[in-house]
Design a binder for this molecule. Structure first.
Ligand code: FAD
Length: 639
């Protein structure tokens, strides 16, 4: 984004830009620009970030002035004429090691390689030997026009494989067009919650609100030629594999009318959060005010001067509360289980013009800033791992997790310490990270306001006028928001997928004697040929950006299609023994992780009612990446 005409870029402006900069990212960018080896020798320090759940590597205090002086001199000398030179892999690996002063294994390096996004289009699948003749009529059906469907579309567009994206809504964006409750926004900063093939998008906020993310996806879909392949108002009701032709038959409800199409492969990018979880309490039908699930907000809700209840204190309930409290006359916040809620630097902040200018002007600063943010989160993984030796010595989970618990407990005390009753009610028993870490969007501060009440009594029922709690008290409300989340056990639901022998995926995944939804590499299931699921069972990465994985899954699926087309096959289906072996190894690894923390069981949406953690992957990022980097034809049978 060009600096607007009224902004004068003088020395004072540049100094302000440098004061706000990520100094370690700046150091690397300046090194690349100048080759000044002394920059690599600057001492580094580790700083806790995001409430202690992350560790930012930055330049130690004694080297900061020197670094800024050198950067100032460089920027004053008109870097506009500077020619960027993409580093070789060997050079990049050396720079990554210098970035955090760490030695990288080959596996670490491969996972990190594209986090700095130096390639024009990272994580792109390629034909083996130029584009072959794609069979006449070949079609890939993609279900869903959110991040996943768009990532897949971009891959297929680049490869020249024909595809259509079916979207039941009237517009693209998925999560970010649907969830428009007050102050809906990302809690993962957009310098990692982004596609890495789109460089330096001019985000207005560090943590964009839903409409900005939606606009971003609109921009991507338009720029990369994907939007024209989208068919809106089209619900995929059924997808059935036909063994004779080796293709899928999809039954669609398109603008209300039934339509039948065929596809050679199906990519279900239908999202994990497609089905709102209803608030299951007696009396819901009696309530005469507005009862709204947060995923069904229209943005037109009249809250001014109203009595409002928010039921639920997960990510959404906490995110919206302060914005609701600014408008409502009174807010009742209903909490069943306290949650760990962490501060997050720059949350709710606009990017200042100085920072925007630095991102636009300093060669490769955006690349290193994105890398810095992404790698800052890696340490989170340590907090998710039980340490038996630490536990045997009396610790709760591990040193990292127990320290995080202390930091977050102190944060609660710092925020609401003046109200010991609140400290007690707000302090969780379960370990941090056992459930999704929530971001403090002014939640604690708002709870201290006179017109906001935290209610922890069990809800007995809704009445015509409001909420009746177990202590016999009825509170009156005009509007009740149910921030009760999503039914994440219902992967792909209600689309009826039928694979080989007419087998239904829903039957497989809801079989009481089974284990619930499972897939190979989170992507594919035996007996369902050339069906790939994005954000499928056990797909969610343990740290960092989900969008990186959208790119990685899309590349893997594209590689599978390439292998099928180049081999002259009709479809690929994962071998049952490969699937079983993978899931057994995966589940064994999972049992060592925090999601099986006893204090959170039964209240942890990651763990399904078969007792299996089905949302996150058990693998560390570099292991997850290694298994997905290259499609292995040996894992599949081709037909
Ligand atoms: C409120 C909220 C906040 C979030 N914040 C974050 C965050 O900060 N960081 C993060 O990493 N993740 C976050 N997430 C998770 C988020 O869902 C993902 O980051 C990402 O947007 C998922 O993209 P997707 O394409 O997989 O799914 P979606 O965005 O859900 O898109 C799926 C699309 O498929 C369509 N669809 C589904 N079934 C059919 C069908 N049968 N026929 C036709 N169309 C169909 C849906 O209408 C939808 O448009 C958040 C989720 C929610 C709900």
């Amino acid at each position: 984004m060009p600096t607007d005409e009224k902004t004068t870029v003088d020395e004072a402006f540049i100094r302000r830009a440098l004061d706000e900069a990520d100094l370690n990212a700046l150091r690397m960018a300046l090194y690349q620009a100048t080759g000044d080896e002394s920059l690599l020798a600057l001492k580094l320090q580790q700083t806790p970030a995001f409430g202690g759940s992350s560790t930012l590597t930055t330049v130690a205090a004694e080297g900061q002035d020197e670094l800024k002086a050198k950067a100032l001199a460089f920027l004053l000398a008109n870097p506009a004429g500077f020619g960027e030179v993409k580093p070789s892999d060997a050079e990049l690996r050396r720079l990554f090691e210098a970035f955090r002063n760490e030695a990288l294994t080959d596996k670490d390096w491969r996972y990190r390689r594209d986090l700095a996004a130096f390639d024009e289009h990272p994580r792109l699948a390629r034909w083996t030997d130029g584009k072959p003749q794609v069979p006449d009529g070949y079609q890939v059906a993609i279900i869903g026009a959110g991040f996943g469907g768009i990532a897949m579309g971009v891959q297929l567009e680049k490869l020249g494989i024909p595809y259509t994206i079916y979207e039941r809504r009237a517009e693209l964006g998925g999560t970010w067009s649907r969830n428009i409750y007050p102050d809906a926004r990302v809690d993962t900063t957009n310098f990692m919650y982004q596609f890495f093939f789109e460089k330096n998008y001019p985000w207005r906020e560090y943590f964009a609100r839903a409409p900005e993310v939606r606009d971003y996806l609109e921009h991507i879909a338009g720029k990369y030629g994907v939007k024209q392949h989208m068919q809106f108002n089209t619900d995929v009701r059924q997808a059935e594999f036909d063994e004779g032709s080796g293709t899928w038959t999809l039954t669609l409800a398109a603008d209300g009318a039934e339509q039948v199409v065929t596809a050679n492969a199906v990519v279900a990018a239908s999202g994990l959060f497609a089905n709102p979880k209803r608030f299951d309490v007696p009396g819901a039908e009696d309530f005469r005010g507005q009862l709204i699930h947060t995923a069904e907000c229209t943005g037109q809700e009249d809250l001014d001067g109203k009595y409002v209840a928010i039921i639920g204190n997960g990510s959404t309930g906490v995110q919206m509360m302060s914005a609701v409290a600014r408008r409502a006359r009174s807010v009742g916040v209903f909490q069943r289980t306290p949650q760990w809620i962490s501060p997050r630097e720059r949350y709710g902040e606009l990017l200042r013009p100085e920072t925007r200018w630095l991102l636009d002007t300093m060669p490769y600063y955006w690349n290193w800033y994105s890398y810095s943010i992404s790698t800052m989160r890696l340490g989170m993984q340590k907090t998710q791992e039980f340490d038996p030796a630490w536990q045997a010595a009396g610790g709760l989970v591990s040193k990292a997790n127990d320290e995080l618990r202390d930091l977050l407990t102190n944060y609660i005390k710092a925020k609401v310490g003046a109200r010991p009753d609140l400290v007690e009610k707000l302090t969780p028993q379960h370990a941090p990270m056992a459930r999704r870490m929530i971001v403090d969007n002014n939640w604690y501060a708002s709870l201290l306001e006179d017109h906001v009440e935290l209610v922890t009594d069990k809800i007995e029922r809704l009445t015509t006028g409001g909420v009746l709690t177990a202590d016999g008290r009825e509170r009156h409300y005009d509007v009740i928001f149910t921030a009760t989340g999503f039914d994440v056990e219902k992967y792909l639901w209600p689309t009826d997928f039928r694979g080989l022998g007419g087998q239904r995926i829903e039957d497989l995944w809801t079989d009481p004697a089974g284990l619930g939804p499972r897939a190979y590499l989170s992507l594919t299931v035996p007996d369902f040929p050339s069906l790939f699921i994005m954000y499928g069972p056990n797909s969610q990465n343990r740290a960092g950006s989900l969008i990186v994985w959208m790119e990685v899954w899309a590349r893997y699926i594209a590689q599978a299609l390439i292998a099928t087309i180049e081999g002259g096959h009709r479809y690929a289906v994962v071998k049952p023994e490969v699937f079983e072996d993978y899931n057994q190894r995966h589940d064994a690894a999972m049992r060592e992780l925090i999601w099986y923390d006893k204090a959170s069981m039964g209240r942890n949406y990651y763990v399904n009612h078969w007792g299996r953690q089905q949302v996150n992957t058990a693998w560390r990022l570099e292991d997850q990446y290694e298994s997905l980097e290259q499609f292995n034809p040996g894992d599949y049978t081709f037909g």
